[in-house]
Write a protein that binds this ligand. Sequence first.
Ligand SMILES: Nc1ncnc2c1ncn2[C@@H]1O[C@H](COP(=O)(O)OP(=O)(O)OP(=O)(O)O)[C@@H](O)[C@H]1O
Ligand SMILES: [Mg+2]
Length: 241
Amino acid sequence: MALIEIIDLAVDYGGNRALQVASMSLEQGTLTGVVGANGAGKSTLVNALANWSRGDPRVTASVKLDGREVSHMTSAERARLGILLVPEGRGVFYNMTVEENIKAVIAPDRNSRCLFDRQRVLSLFPSLGERLGHAGSMLSGGERQMLALARALLAGPRVLLLDEPSIGLAPKVVTSLLATVRQLVNEGLTVLLVEQNVRAAIEVVDSLYLFERGHIVAHGNRDDMKNHPKLLEAYLGEMKK
Ligand SMILES: Nc1ncnc2c1ncn2[C@@H]1O[C@H](COP(=O)(O)OP(=O)(O)OP(=O)(O)O)[C@@H](O)[C@H]1O
Ligand SMILES: [Mg+2]
């Protein structure tokens, strides 16, 4: 059984359909990528899974976590079950220090699932440990992304939804951030990674979905997707042999 099972997901904003997904699933311990152009519906997808939104979407879907229906649950209830979103723009408090940002996370019940404690997240992201007294607003883009990830890990994720974590980051920082995400997946975490940086994403994912105008237009494992005509044409052209 998949860890996350999505059936008949539809999202409308004021009568306009932004997303329509018949079926999609995330296997436990895998890294699934979602790519597509601006406005393709990528954020709408992860926001719908976490039941989080800046606007007022109308969402219908069946979403199951480990076989348990969660679609009636609030974002807080889903977060308590371990469906954790790091939204576009990152979930960090700007007016609080790194230390306060870390302390503000409500850790889940210790027995319920694999946990990342403070020591572990600071060893994953050593530069945070050197900046514990810095305000969120003083961090670089990469540091802010690390802090957002650290906060999500401390909250005890079963599935981590990352919305464009690499945006605005230098290529080296992107590589190291995605390598850290891959490492966490190798340890058993399940991740849905939204990325505009298809070249970077394809190197770390197990499988990939391509969205266009709110629909899945291609899906497959990494090796198949690397050679998929739609991806070659729009994103990976020069990689073609
Ligand atoms: N709060 C909102 N109110 C109205 N329409 C919205 C809202 N959020 C998104 N949309 C619309 O839904 C569609 C999908 O948007 P979404 O933000 O999911 O795209 P995206 O794939 O994340 O794009 P990007 O790569 O630019 O982040 C777009 O047409 C967008 O204009
Ligand atoms: Mg988006």
